[in-house]
Design a protein around this ligand. Structure first.
Ligand SMILES: Nc1ncnc2c1ncn2[C@@H]1O[C@H](COP(=O)(O)OP(=O)(O)OP(=O)(O)O)[C@@H](O)[C@H]1O
Ligand SMILES: [Mg+2]
Length: 257
């Protein structure tokens, strides 16, 4: 009799979603910002987060990179529970996530070049094999500001600051990019330019993105899905077309033009 041939089923390597947020809670004193926030973001997806000012959008993305510690709930990034990571692991994870801050957050005493070099010099894994100068120039080329390399932040316009903030957020070629209000405070033409820039960089680097914005045009052009944050939860989710037809007064008001 022949020996039975063991039937080996290769273990399927299923990639976890880029981000899985479950039952996230965060309060400041008696002020509850997030009460039970749930959201899964798949690899390659662009999710736009909208919601009233002060509702908790920035807090939400700061929880994702561990800048703010939630009071409860679970946050998995690339399948890893970030509350269980030690300093080094968290640092490694942050290298895979680009953060474009609401205020651009450039260091005023540093030139554009030094601002862009900053995240590169911080890379403790030393995985940067490319020449730092080349990376800085590529990042500036990406945002159309090669000539600004030696300027100080005070010499930049609002739109230029946003571009440099984007260049810095993407300089380590992160898999996930978190944009906090990338077009807020800009005129409509510059906003549209920044929108196109974000779209072209997503194409180029195939990133997973979260974009916080009040900019309905940016949401329409960039979002695979929109999440409306209200009352501490993901109040409504859907495509742009679903949201503009939503009858909830809060949402109607938001999309009113
Ligand atoms: N460090 C802090 N200490 C106390 N309260 C805070 C702190 N950080 C944020 N908050 C409060 O948490 C709430 C949510 O803040 P958050 O910055 O997330 O709002 P947001 O939705 O990003 O608003 P905006 O659209 O104006 O940027 C606000 O009421 C804010 O005052
Ligand atoms: Mg904010």
């Amino acid at each position: 009799m022949m020996d039975a041939i063991p039937h080996i089923v290769p273990e399927r390597q299923v990639e976890p979603p880029a981000i899985e947020i479950s039952h996230l809670q965060k309060a400041f004193g008696s002020k509850v910002v997030l009460s039970d926030f749930n959201l899964t973001i798949n690899n390659g997806e662009t999710v736009v987060v909208m919601g009233k000012s002060g509702i908790g959008k920035t807090i939400l993305i700061k929880c994702i990179i561990g800048l703010i510690k939630p009071d409860g709930g679970k946050m998995l990034v690339f399948g890893k529970d970030i509350s269980k990571l030690d300093h080094r692991e968290l640092d490694d994870l942050r290298m895979r996530i680009g953060f474009v801050f609401q205020s651009s957050a450039l260091y005023d005493s540093m030139t554009v070049r030094e601002n862009l070099e900053f995240p590169l010099r911080r890379d403790r894994r030393k995985r940067i094999t490319e020449n730092i100068d080349d990376l800085v120039r590529e990042a500036l080329r990406n945002v159309g500001l090669e000539n600004a390399i030696d300027l100080m932040p005070s010499e930049l316009s609002g739109g230029m600051r946003k571009r440099i903030g984007i260049a810095r957020g993407l300089i380590l070629k992160p898999e996930i990019v978190l944009y906090d209000e990338p077009t807020t405070g800009l005129d409509p033409i510059t906003s549209e330019e920044i929108t196109q820039l974000i779209l072209s960089l997503q194409q180029k680097y195939k990133t997973t993105s979260i974009i916080i914005t009040h900019d309905v045009d940016l949401a329409r052009e960039a979002a695979n899905r929109i999440v409306f944050l209200a009352k501490g939860v993901a109040y409504v989710q859907g495509t742009y077309d679903e949201l503009i037809h939503n009858e909830d007064p809060e949402i109607k008001h938001f999309f009113k033009r």
